[in-house]
Each structure stands twice: as C-alpha cells, then as structure tokens.
Ligand binder design. Sequence first.
Ligand code: FES
Length: 217
Amino acid sequence: MKKPFELHAEYQPANFAFRNGTKVEKIINLYPKGRQQSAVMPLLDLAQRQVAEDGAKASPVYGGWIPRAAMDHIAELLDMPPIKVYEVASFYSMYNLAPVGKYLIQLCTTTPCWLCNADAIVKACTDHLGIGLGETTKDGKFTLMEVECLGACVNAPMIQINDDYYEDLTSESMKEILAMLADDLKPKIGSQKGRKASMALTGPTTLEKEAKKAGVV
Ligand code: FES
C-alpha cells in the first residue's frame, strides 16, 4: 500500500518551482487554448521526476514524489483550483504523494503472479532488504509496495522498479536485481529467463509448425 496524501506532514516542503520552464511551456502549449488544464498529468509527472533528480543527489537518497507545494504550483500555472489537482494526483497510482525510496519496488501479487509464486518474490525482497511491504530502507534506497496487476501477466511473476518491468522472476534473480541496485548498477530489464517479450521459452512458434509436429496437417 502507498503512504496516503498528507497535506500538512512535516516532510512537505514549503515551496516548489519547476527548473525547466521551457519544458513546462512546451507541455502546456500541446493543448488548445482554453484547454490548458489537460496539462495537469504531464506536469505532475514532470514534478515527480524533478524531485527524483534532487533525491538522487541527496543524502540519504530518495525517489520521485509530488509535494503539495508542487500541486499548488501546477494549479496556479493552469489556473485551476488546487483541489482539482489533488483529485487527479490522488486518483492515479503512478503518482507518489509521500516520500519513497530511490528504487520504488512495486510487487504484483494479483492472481496470475500469485499462481506463479509471487509470494516467493515478496519474501526474497523482505528478507534481502529487512523491511516489510509499505516500508523504506533506512538508507532511503528501497521502498516495497504491493500492487495489483501491472498488465504483464504473461511473464509472471513480475515487478516494476521505477519505470522498468522485471519479469519471469525467481527468488534468486530477484535478489540479484536488488544487489545490483544497491550498487546503483542497472540490471537487465524484461524477462529474467531470456525470452523475448512473451514468446515461448523454446523460441518462436507458429500454429502451422505446431500442427505439423502433432501430425494433424
Ligand atoms: S497479475 Fe501480475 S502482472 Fe498481471
């Protein structure tokens, strides 16, 4: 579960400003005159990424999240009531409204992943990092979050770390990924068993080939 949006939490900074004004303008100008409020989602994403950039240089490190001051700033830029921005930001799960670790690990435990032993992946993470679901390591590097289906069930069990998917996981490959991230190395994304997209592990197949093999054509 995610940490809830707390307007007056002590970690909320007093101010927020975008560093890249040109990018902000470019995003707003993508929308027709009078429809600038449609820029709310890409601006929330931009704010979250800016916070992540700051967090990567901080000590202890932290990941991308959207402070209330950023939402208020976006409301002002788009001439909309702050509550409307809060509503959008709190509806979508990809926006973090409270601090998270540099590596936000979203563990899918919905039925297809669960049937493929997602429990072992959760255990590998909690054992390796020494934290539970919904918690962040003391060094600010990792947050564990349980999520619903991430739409990659064909390669279950899978997880998402920041923007990337890691699929076909085992306890061993999960721990290897965590060890690499602890050293800020980049683990291979996608299937950890080497398959391409959702292709069969044995390589590409066609119905005709399979039918020939079965002797029905
Ligand atoms: S159930 Fe895990 S990705 Fe769909």
